[in-house]
Design a protein around this ligand. Structure first.
Ligand SMILES: Cc1cc2nc3c(=O)[nH]c(=O)nc-3n(C[C@H](O)[C@H](O)[C@H](O)COP(=O)(O)O)c2cc1C
Length: 135
């Protein structure tokens, strides 16, 4: 699109929600024509936990935990097996519970693959058959 239109710049909004590393991916592609591999699970765990700590401090623990839900949802959208995690997440009330659940989820991601793995297709594609039937 940049080549076609000759635009000087591109604005990126929603695609950066839960995926703030998209900017380095785009920069890398524009510079090299190659796609970066998905980020490592451990890097994103640290990014996400840091973001949530900022949330709890800025909004207070209670509102922070509530507002954090949408970010947690964005961060995990499309990741293999994340649909059940998000359903569980939306029932948790406190920051401590959120952090524990995120760490458990990222432990399980890390056991499968050192890098984030997105499910093919739509957001619910990471569901198991049992999860889909229960939903
Ligand atoms: C999280 C987020 C942050 C944004 N920040 C800015 C900004 O700093 N400056 C600006 O002019 N527009 C900002 N926007 C607006 C979008 O960049 C702009 O409307 C863009 O066209 C959105 O398209 P997209 O969501 O399809 O990527 C932001 C939008 C979002 C969702």
């Amino acid at each position: 699109m940049l080549d076609y239109t000759g635009a000087d710049a591109v604005m990126i909004g929603r695609a950066a929600q839960g995926r703030p590393w998209i900017f380095r991916e785009i920069q890398h592609f524009l510079e090299t024509g190659m796609h970066l591999p998905p980020p490592e699970v451990e890097e994103i765990r640290i990014v996400m936990l840091g973001h949530l700590e900022d949330h709890y401090h800025f909004y207070g623990m209670e509102a922070g935990a509530r507002i954090a839900r949408k970010h947690i949802s964005w961060y995990t959208k499309g990741l293999a097996g994340s649909a059940a995690f998000r359903r569980q997440m939306n029932m948790l009330l406190t920051a401590g519970e959120q952090l524990r659940a995120i760490n458990e989820f990222f432990d399980s991601l890390g056991e499968r693959d050192a890098r984030l793995r997105y499910a093919e297709g739509n957001d619910e594609a990471g569901q198991s058959v049992e999860e889909a039937l229960a939903a």
